[in-house]
Design a protein around this ligand. Structure first.
Ligand code: BDR
Ligand code: CA
Length: 299
């Protein structure tokens, strides 16, 4: 499967990218970066580092530094650490991002791999809205968009009703859901059902000392954040999104038009609503099966 990940790395983004790099069924064509967990400049640095670490030779294109309509947001340093990788702050990078912007790169790749490219946005979905504006044919050129975000029948994680990625750019999500692309939303309804704790990260290190040690080290800060909220373990947000892309039957799905609240105290809320084309929304999963399958490519 040809895939591009649009990302704001981020601890769980790093888990997702290393998963994709290790998965024999995923051909990663590039990474595009966006503000969110960190600034877009830091996201690009982190993405370049992950590409090197994974031994990949793929382009990284930098994207939006702010949401479509609203002003810049504060990065989520309290969740993902000062530079996005938990306590790890000494990462090195020897490559550079390509000169094309993320939306330009996405438009070009969707044309080149027409009908084949699966796009996995796992941060605020801003770059995808920009790509749609750049090329009216963009959405139709994609095989599918499988994005991490939203909360249909469960509470949010940054407000009582909104998940972080949809909260940070609801306007962009509303553009994307109207684009005509085939879309699957993988949100908190499923990602918060699969929790990885310190023992799981230790097991991952046992299976894959190189990537596992790196992820275990960066997860410490992330797990402490969740602990401060009364939760033992972190949700498998971004990795589960990629897993759903490459294993379409993994998650239970419902089909519904998605209404996104754009402004006000409920901004970023995602609910069943009329007036938009139907999309797939992941609503159920088998957590033990998902965990096993997450570990599999690292073996
Ligand atoms: C989403 O927000 C970010 O903090 C994570 O990387 C994930 O994409 C979870 O709500
Ligand atoms: Ca993310």
């Amino acid at each position: 499967m040809k895939m591009i990940i649009d990302t704001d790395p981020g601890v769980d983004d790093a888990m997702a990218i290393l998963y994709a790099a290790a998965h024999p069924g995923i051909e990663l064509l590039g990474l595009t970066t966006v503000f969110g967990n960190v600034t877009v400049e830091q996201a690009t640095r982190n993405a370049l580092h992950l590409v090197e670490r994974a031994g990949l030779d793929i382009p990284v294109a930098q994207g939006a530094f702010k949401p479509l309509v609203n002003g810049p947001i504060e990065p989520s340093q309290h969740v993902h650490g000062p530079e996005g990788f938990g306590d790890i702050t000494d990462i090195t990078v020897s490559r550079k991002a390509i000169s094309e912007s993320a939306p330009e790169f996405l438009v070009r790749m969707a044309r080149e791999y027409r009908g084949e490219l699966v796009l996995c946005p796992v941060g605020p979905i801003t770059n995808i809205a920009h790509a749609i504006a750049l090329d009216p044919g963009f959405a139709g050129n994609l095989a599918e968009i499988v994005f991490m975000g939203g909360a249909l029948d469960v509470p949010g994680n940054v407000s009582p009703v909104a998940e972080a990625n949809t909260y940070h750019d609801p306007h962009a999500l509303d553009v994307v859901v109207q684009s005509g692309a085939k879309i699957r939303m993988v949100g908190l309804d499923v990602t918060n059902k699969v929790l990885l704790d310190a023992a799981d990260f230790a097991a991952l290190e046992g299976i894959n000392p190189t990537h596992g040690a790196f992820l275990r080290e960066m997860s410490h800060f992330y797990l402490e954040f969740y602990k401060s909220r009364g939760q033992i373990g972190c949700g498998l947000h971004d990795p589960l999104t990629l897993m759903s892309a490459v294993m379409p039957d993994l998650l239970g799905l419902t089909v519904t038009p998605l209404a996104v609240t754009l402004e006000g105290p409920e901004a970023g809320a995602t609910r069943r609503g009329a007036g938009r084309p139907p999309i797939e929304v992941a609503t159920s999963c088998n957590p033990d099966q998902v965990k096993d399958l997450f570990f599999a490519p690292f073996r």
